[in-house]
Design a protein around this ligand. Structure first.
Ligand code: 5J7
Ligand code: CA
Length: 511
């Protein structure tokens, strides 16, 4: 009995739902399109010192080179082989990155594109990031190898061979997504080949995977290749640790496929989270921040231990895809910082912070005609992430994860980890506040008038530094100071014109 209890506790702790963070860390950052050598540097010089738990990296396997348009970001979602060989670097650089990040306690999660290979619209040849030959027309990918038997052409029942209706689950799983050749994940050979690719990455030390386009694979097929995965590398992780799994399922409701079908395999991406939070913080459709009192499952999101949450991702930050125009991004910096701050303060879900590159956004008829533009590059070679004297990034890398407000909220989440959601307050409109036990407290003013009130913080008496307007430095605050009395009450004043109309305090930033 005791042994069973112990085993089940260990099972919960070490299973595929657990990110395996080290040193009390609690968030992932997606370093979208970064080079492996830059990620290794970032782990050592910034992510570890500032408490980031892990990095989601762009797909590391060989992909098609698209020259028209010129090297779009989405070419990396068109695999040619499972060789570790992309614009981010080769296998040596990838291994070096995983080692250096692991050595400072930062996990690496790989974006696994295994639903499909490159598309039928691409011609045969060697226009690929490692020069491997492939022929989409004849379904030939000799560098894997895959051949015609390994694709779903015979299984798809739509007239065109593509997904024509999202109301038909079989079409969604067995037909082509945007003309991409659909792998026969029902076949053992395909499952074993996918698992071998993932096991190669596990042996190098990666901690888990984002499973791209999971909605387009049968949950049982995903389970079949996940069951073939090895435990994590014991050089860095406890014996028996299963790879962390989060499946990209875009389920905003109203389609044949539901996210809950995938719970047995791991977490899923909760796309309602960013879509709804954007609507609330933009105050669209009469939504108010006071409605966030029951944020999480109360908004019919998936259970907290099955959710991977984010304000925006690499796809929906471009104004199309799930969530559409409500999604907040770095382009709306003031509202974006509030949204990310709210996410990181709130206990719901496993949190992922987006780190983007900028692009020449240009709207025509409400659509960004440059939504395809790839990362900063010189003749196709991805530019390095340079670091300015003020710690921001150069070369068009936005580095939201280095913005003081976001970085300090990542630390806030680590400090309040495991504490209850407490002391909610709202004014019935867009001024809200809540605490996390006796460790941290946050106040937002998204109304068009000043906030000025005494609130119960739940914190020990003392002087705290607001980590949004500044930092604690030596034994003083570079921004606002908040004084908590012996009764836990503190006075807050936030102008609606403040640069950032929110204040956050926690016990590690107390004088
Ligand atoms: C899948 C969904 O289930 C969904 O709900 C959604 O909003 C998007 C997708 C989707 O996923 C992809 C995953 C990949 O690994 C590779 C891909 O190319 C896609 C993909 O194309 C894709 O859908 C695009 O965006 C949807 C909003 C449109 O309805 C689709 O038709 C498709 O749009 C196509 O995008 C354009 O029609 C085509 O002209 C264009 O060349 C092509 C460019 O590729 C992308 O935009 C890639 C998007 C992508 C989305 C992801 O969520 C992701 O994880 C990776 C890539
Ligand atoms: Ca499929």
């Amino acid at each position: 009995m005791k042994l069973l209890l112990l085993l089940s506790v260990l099972g919960v702790c070490w299973a595929q739902y657990d990110p395996h963070y080290r040193n009390g860390r609690t968030s992932i950052v997606h370093l979208f399109e970064w080079r492996w050598d830059d990620i290794a540097l970032e782990c050592e010089r910034y992510l570890a010192p500032n408490g980031y738990g892990g990095v989601q990296v762009s797909p590391p396997n060989e992909n098609v080179v698209i020259n028209s348009p010129s090297r779009p970001w989405w070419e990396r979602y068109q695999p040619v082989s499972y060789k570790i060989c992309t614009r981010s670097g080769g296998e040596d650089e990838f291994r070096e990155m995983v080692k250096r990040c692991n050595d400072v306690g930062v996990n690496i999660y790989v974006d696994a594109v295994v639903n499909h290979m490159s598309g039928s619209g691409v011609s045969a040849g060697t226009s690929s990031t490692c020069g491997s030959y492939f022929n989409p027309g004849s379904r030939d990918f000799p560098a894997v190898p895959y051949s015609a038997w390994d694709f779903n052409d015979g299984k798809c029942t739509s007239g065109s061979g593509g997904i024509e209706s999202y109301n038909d689950a079989s079409q969604v799983r067995d037909c082509q997504l945007s003309g991409l050749l659909d792998l026969a994940t029902g076949k053992d050979y395909v499952r074993s080949t996918i698992a071998a690719y993932m096991n190669n990455l596990i042996s190098m030390g990666v901690a888990g995977f984002r499973i791209d386009a999971s909605k387009h694979m049968w949950p049982g097929d995903i389970k079949a290749f996940l069951d073939k995965l090895n435990n994590l590398n014991t050089q860095w992780f406890p014996e028996g640790s299963r790879p962390f799994i989060y499946q990209e399922v875009i389920d905003l409701g109203g389609e044949a496929v539901q996210g809950s079908e995938y719970f047995g395999n791991g977490r899923i991406t909760e796309f309602k989270y960013g879509a709804k939070l954007g609507t609330v913080i933009r105050k669209w459709n009469g939504e108010k921040m006071s409605y966030l009192k029951n944020w999480g499952e109360g908004w019919s999101f998936v259970p907290t231990d099955r959710a991977l949450v984010f304000v925006d991702n690499h796809d929906n930050q471009r104004g199309h895809g799930a969530g559409g125009a409500s999604i907040l991004t770095f382009w709306d910096a003031r509202l974006y910082k509030m949204a990310v701050g709210f996410m990181l303060a709130h206990p719901y879900g496993a949190t992922r912070v987006m780190s983007s590159f900028s692009w020449p956004r240009y709207f025509q008829n409400g659509q960004d005609v440059n939504d395809w533009v790839g990362p900063p590059n010189d003749n196709g070679v991805i530019k390095r992430v340079t670091i300015n004297a003020d710690t921001t990034c150069g070369n068009d890398w936005v580095c939201e994860h280095r913005w003081r407000q976001i970085r300090n909220m990542v630390i806030f989440r680590n400090v309040v980890n495991g504490q209850d959601f407490t002391n909610w307050w709202d004014n019935g409109s867009n001024q809200v506040a809540f605490g996390r036990g006796n460790k941290g407290f946050i106040v937002f003013n998204n109304d068009d008038w000043e906030l000025s009130t005494n609130l119960q913080t739940g914190l020990p008496a003392g002087t705290y530094c607001d980590v949004i307007s500044g930092d604690k430095s030596d034994n003083h605050c570079t921004g606002i100071e908040v004084h908590v009395g012996s009764d836990g009450l503190a006075y807050f004043s936030i102008s609606n014109n403040a640069e950032d109309p929110f204040i956050a305090i926690h016990v590690d930033a107390k004088l």
